[in-house]
Structures are given as C-alpha cells and as structure tokens.
Write a protein that binds this ligand. Structure first.
Ligand SMILES: [Zn+2]
Length: 82
C-alpha cells in the first residue's frame, strides 16, 4: 500500500489497496469469530483452552482460559462448540 502511494499511483489504485487491506481485516475477524466459539481442553493439563483474537492484522492464538503452567503451550484435544 505504501508502494502504491509512494510510486505516485493514481488515487483509485491507492483506494483499491486500502480496500484490500480492510477486506483482509474483515476476513480475519470473520475467521476469528468462528474460532472464539470453540472451547477445547488441553490434553496435558485438562484446563480449558480458548482462542484469543490477535490485535489488528495479527493472528490470534490458542491459550489456556485459566492460569496454567507457563512452560507448556496448550495441546488441543477434541472438544465442541460452546
Ligand atoms: Zn495445558
């Protein structure tokens, strides 16, 4: 997007780049809306694991929903919808 602007592209090109960026964000949010509906169990400590959405363009991650040992990432086992 910066490239489009810096190279002196006509406004429509910059606008299209901007639109693509917001479409990307919307898609990411839609995907995360589905992911946060899942509540799974960690197969290592039996604690609940849920999806934590990321900030902005950043992708979220799975995390324990209760305090858990910091030395392990949640390991997912089956589960279901909330
Ligand atoms: Zn765990």
């Amino acid at each position: 997007m910066d490239e489009a602007r810096d190279s002196g592209s006509p406004a429509p090109v910059v606008a299209a780049a901007r639109r693509m960026h917001s479409d990307l964000l919307r898609t990411k949010h839609a995907a995360e809306d589905v992911l946060v509906a899942f509540v799974l169990d960690c197969s290592r400590c039996d604690r609940r694991v849920h999806w934590v959405p990321g900030e902005g363009c950043e992708l979220g991650r799975w995390a324990h929903s209760e305090p858990a040992p910091k030395d392990h990432w949640p390991r997912l086992r089956g589960g279901g919808l909330k």
